[in-house]
Ligand binder design. Structure first.
Ligand SMILES: [Zn+2]
Length: 179
C-alpha cells in the first residue's frame, strides 16, 4: 500500500474532472473511503490467509472488477434517486475510479507483492515497470517511524505534488471555459 493519505489525495484529483453538480459531502467522503477501501483486506493476515492467495492482501479486493462492484453498490445505496438518470454513470465512474486508483498506486510501490488487477480471471500479481513510491508499513504503530516519514516524503513528491499541479490546472481550465 501507499499510505491512507497518499490514496485519499486521489479522490480530489479524480473529482476535479467532474462537474460541480456532482459535488457534496457524500461525493468527497465516499470517494476518499473508496481510495482506501481495498486495504481492508489486511485483515486476511489475522486469519492466516497467505498474502499471495485470492483473498490475500492485494488480491481480489485490489482488482478492477472489485472497483466496479464498489462503484455500483455505492450508487445503489447512496444515489438511488439518480438511478434512472445519466448522472448515475458519472457517480459510478467516480467511485469505481477512486477504488481502482488505489490499486494503480499500489502497483507503483517499492515493496510487497504485486496487484491482482484482473482477478478473478487472472490472479497474477502485477507491478508497473516504474515504481517510485516507497511502500507503506502495515499497521498504525509501524507508521510512526523513520519508515513512515520516508513514505510520506515519497508520496508528497510522487502523488501530492503531481495531484496539486493537476488540480490547479484543471480548475484554471474550468474557470476559463466558464468565462
Ligand atoms: Zn493496497
Amino acid at each position: 500500500m501507499a499510505s491512507a493519505f497518499g490514496h485519499a489525495v486521489l479522490a480530489a484529483t479524480i473529482g476535479v474532472n467532474f462537474s460541480k453538480k456532482f459535488y457534496g459531502w457524500k461525493f468527497w467522503l465516499l470517494g476518499a473511503i473508496c481510495t482506501i477501501l481495498p486495504d481492508t483486506d489486511v485483515i486476511s493476515f489475522k486469519f492466516g490467509i497467505p498474502y499471495e492467495s485470492f483473498w490475500g492482501h492485494r488480491g481480489f479486493s485490489h482488482s478492477l472488477l472489485f472497483a466496479a462492484i464498489v462503484g455500483f453498490v455505492i450508487v445503489l445505496i447512496f444515489y438511488r434517486k439518480h438511478l434512472n438518470s445519466v448522472e448515475s454513470i458519472g457517480y459510478f465512474l467516480f467511485f469505481t475510479s477512486c477504488t481502482a486508483s488505489h490499486s494503480i498506486l499500489d502497483a507503483m510501490t517499492t515493496g510487497g507483492l504485486g496487484v491482482a488487477f484482473f482477478s478473478p480471471w487472472d490472479n497474477t500479481r502485477y507491478f508497473f515497470p516504474w515504481r517510485p513510491i516507497k511502500v507503506s508499513p502495515i499497521g498504525i504503530s509501524n507508521f510512526f517511524s523513520e519508515w513512515g516519514k520516508n513514505v510520506l516524503l515519497s508520496e508528497f513528491i510522487w502523488i501530492g505534488l503531481p495531484s496539486l499541479v493537476y488540480i490547479s490546472v484543471m480548475r484554471l481550465v474550468k474557470s476559463r471555459l466558464k468565462s
